[in-house]
Design a protein around this ligand. Structure first.
Ligand SMILES: Cc1cc2nc3c(=O)[nH]c(=O)nc-3n(C[C@H](O)[C@H](O)[C@H](O)COP(=O)(O)O)c2cc1C
Length: 356
């Protein structure tokens, strides 16, 4: 199976399945001498972990990360950082009813068709449990990127959305509620919506907005390795993501150039930032901001018609512990993936600078 690694110089490889013994990874290329704050790493894990509130899956995992290599006296050594997170709260019987049945819009059908072997327990390798490993690596990348601010938050749930530019939001309030929305009034509406949806045995989608501040100019390449292309790949590689837009995004397609162009100040900064901090694939020093769309989780607890591995039409009903809405847990994953891209592109820039 290809595609278990992400990044060129700051490279994360992950392993493990949802109901196996453990998941984990290797971070290769992390520079030496970063004094790690392990509490901050665990805090990021706690933001993603299941069971943290009543509006997420009730699987209870402590998601404690153990490091095996690449760290000496609390600092990175420049060698591969190996880590493991044990799976402690699997209930594999919850999945026996889908052993030979494909959940509509999940990964079951495509995975089985491609590999012919499917660990149906919890989605196996296709499970979002894998994203815990991304959060570990992202937390280390964040510490390497000291000075760059990375803030993601829930910007919509279903039809409920924050109707304000991000500049009017107080990011220190993101963690104040279970949905991770910095606008408390909207947050309560979102939480009530998820509660109603959950009671119905249904699921709902939403968006996460991410803002990257103090990113220096010069990250990214003009052709295939555009900074926004890598951010797009990073975000679209997260489970359940259906869309990515940065800067003016799809709204820009409705505008005239005369309204859309960001007028320069003499120091090279711009008066507006519809470019979203990236022009021609290269960061320009302005805030980078983007939005990621998450679909409603495929495993609803309602009865659905589907097919089994023999191609027969059958009725199925999801069981077990599932997220009614992924966005609150996706917030730290989006931040982690953004941090991995910035760490990688920072190292690429350093390497380039040496060559010039
Ligand atoms: C944080 C997070 C939690 C998720 N939890 C569930 C879940 O409980 N049940 C489920 O069926 N899918 C869940 N998903 C989505 C599936 O992993 C995803 O839909 C599946 O792997 C198929 O991939 P695709 O939707 O990207 O095509 C979750 C995704 C994320 C990001």
């Amino acid at each position: 199976m290809a595609g278990n690694s992400f990044g060129k110089l700051f490279k994360l490889t992950t392993y493990g399945e949802s109901h196996g013994k453990a998941i984990g990874g290797i971070i290769d290329g992390c520079p030496a001498g970063i004094q790690l704050d392990f509490e901050a790493i665990q805090n990021e894990m706690n933001r993603r972990k299941p069971g943290q509130s009543k509006i997420v899956t009730q699987r209870k995992e402590p998601d404690t990360v153990e490091f095996y290599s690449g760290i000496f006296e609390g600092a990175t050594t420049g060698t591969p950082i190996g880590f493991i997170i044990h799976n402690t709260n699997q209930k594999s019987n919850d999945y026996s009813h889908i052993k030979d049945v494909y959940r509509p819009s999940h990964a079951d059908y495509t995975y089985d068709k491609k590999y012919g072997v499917r660990d149906y327990r919890g989605g196996g390798r296709s499970s979002a449990r894998e994203t815990a490993c991304r959060v570990v690596a992202g937390a280390i990348a964040k510490q390497f990127l000291n000075g760059i601010k990375i803030n993601a938050f829930t910007s919509s749930v279903g039809e409920i959305f924050i109707d304000k530019p991000y500049q009017d939001l107080d990011f220190s309030k993101i963690e104040n509620n279970a949905i991770r929305c910095p606008d408390e009034t909207i947050a309560q509406q979102m939480i009530s919506k998820v509660e109603v949806i959950k009671k119905q045995g249904d699921t709902i989608g939403g968006t996460v907005t991410c803002v990257l501040q103090n990113v220096p100019s010069g990250l990214g390449e003009p052709v295939f390795d555009k900074l926004h292309a890598e951010l797009g790949k990073a975000m679209l590689s997260i489970n359940a993501v259906k869309g990515f837009e940065y800067g003016s995004g799809f709204c820009g397609a409705k505008m005239k150039g005369s309204d859309h162009n960001d007028k320069f100040n003499e120091d090279g900064s711009t008066q507006t930032n519809l470019s979203g901090g990236v022009q021609g694939g290269i960061s320009n020093g302005m805030d980078i901001y983007f939005r990621v769309a998450f679909k409603p989780v495929a495993t609803t607890l309602q009865k659905q018609e589907t097919i089994n591995s023999k191609g027969e039409t059958v009725e199925m009903q999801g069981k077990g512990r599932h997220d009614p809405c992924v966005v609150p847990r996706a917030v730290p994953i989006v931040e982690a993936m953004a941090a991995l891209v910035l760490a990688d592109y920072t190292l690429l820039r350093r390497q380039e600078s040496k060559q010039w």
